[in-house]
Unconditional design. Sequence first.
Length: 315
Amino acid sequence: MKKEVYDFYDRTSLKSYNLDKTMQDQLNALSGLDIFTRQHCENVANLTCRICEYLNCNKGFIEYCTICAYMHDIGKLFIPSNILQKPERLTDEEYEVMKTHTTIGYKMCLKDEKLRPYYAGPLYHHEALDGSGYPKGLTKKDIPYEGQIIRVADEYDAIVSKRQYKSHIGISDTLKLIIENTKPRQQIKSSDALSKLVESAKLGKDNPIIVKALIKVVLDDIYYEISCTQDYLNYLQDNIKRHKTLHKYYDKMQNAKSQNKKEYFHEYMKIYFEKGETVENFETIEQEYINAYNLRKSKIDDLYKEIKIIKKLKV
């Protein structure tokens, strides 16, 4: 049986921006990262590129921002593997070490003439609009737009990877978490803090305009997944139909009174067999097609339900 093929991030072609030659050195720099971090960098770049499209950014900025996103975690090259790959929650001390990947990546970019233009990716992707981020605790007015975009893409992929989604079913829960990060913290009265803190308290961690663009990207992906699944569903339907024809000739073979007739219908069945199918196993294979069809049909129904939930989300 043909396998269903679906790629969680396959809704955009970065080649459309002619990034291949431009990014050769940048991608080479990522080669030293562990496979999970490298894949994360590629995912975040993909998401960043597409978010930028929905934000109507110009082509030059999209190229620049996408490369910054590729480079955002380059500093993790120098984070000890026992911390970087630790499956459990990091201790406070380990978390402080992990946070240094932002400034390490920034310094790496500054030292390399080819990477220098993209230092904003490593430096700003963990800064938050409300000042609660790191490494500098900047607020909205001091965080470049590319940093705000990459933060949202990074946050989304980190949650998706942690939950190991194989489909977009349930992805609305991830978006709800990110939407929660657009909401301001508890308000601070003017008499209780400096005006800067009061102003930042009116902000959430993430830019809501960017989060709205992310939601559009996710909806695109869900429609794409439905399309891929529907293609596979069509393939299964064609094979179920073929097996009905096989059944017709099988029944005739079973009911035939002469050996010649039995052999005639047996030969006719062979015309409809695919590789590996025989008179002895075709019914088992048919049931596998039916089970796969029912499973994918249910998946499409669930994906449409997910779309309805996401479209009702308020940012």
